[in-house]
Design a binder for this molecule. Sequence first.
Ligand code: UDP
Ligand code: MN
Length: 269
Amino acid sequence: VSPRAAVERLSPADLFIAVKSTARFHRSRLELLLETWMSRSMQQTFVFTDAEDPRLRHRLGDHLINTNCSEAHTRQALSCKMSQEYETFLRSGRKWFCHVDDDNYVNVEALLELLSHYQSSQDVYIGRPSIGRPIQATGGSGKVEFWFATGGAGFCLSRGLALRMEPWTSGGAFTDTSEMIRLPDDCTVGFIVEGLLGVGLIHSPRFHSHLETLGLLSDLGSQVTLSYGSLENGRNTVNIREPFSTRHDPTRYCTHDTQYGNVWCPTRG
Ligand code: UDP
Ligand code: MN
């Protein structure tokens, strides 16, 4: 697939952005996303969490999905959420599935621009690996090597590819696959796509997790995702000065968001 010319006209309604969250991050993380990028992308965004929350329900309506998955940070609880993200996407009929964490900022315009260079009916898996080499898993027919896109930087799957993944994902099969290889949800996606279906991950430098040094990033508006890490001990954030101080906007998301006309953020601090 040529990365130059746009091959498919995309509208925001073609996107399904799944945000993974958990009860204890509703206030401390989701509120910030709702004040920034999500406020302009409510129709594309679905939050997957593990507890009911009247305030979030009021904001999100049926775009809040209470998975009833366990609140534990276990492999099974996380793959339970990923599998519901995936199945809800399939039912939605949309063209692109994108997963992010609740500490990611999404530049939806940049995401649409990136995806418009690919065809949603073809096999597309795009994101950024956090380690510089493929990993190995033993499962089913012996050892396989594959790349995977870090969930914490966000990644996308085309509908065409998502449909081909169904034997290993639908009706609880995703959790079984993850248990079989004993690896987390994002690795399991890589295992199914590269290891089982033989479709290569498209490595994109526009997806970012807090495993990187975020302060080195430039041209923030053309990045697809941003992140922030460990604000307590030595912060790892994108580097922008104006207009909010790091005390009032420690993640820098509000500051970045002012370029899209946000004038009422930060409301806390
Ligand atoms: N998360 C979750 N259940 C948990 C802990 C975390 O669903 O018990 C989600 C969290 O909301 C976030 C993602 O998993 O979307 C990654 O969590 P976090 O950023 O705390 O950890 P990291 O892996 O990035 O260090
Ligand atoms: Mn994180």
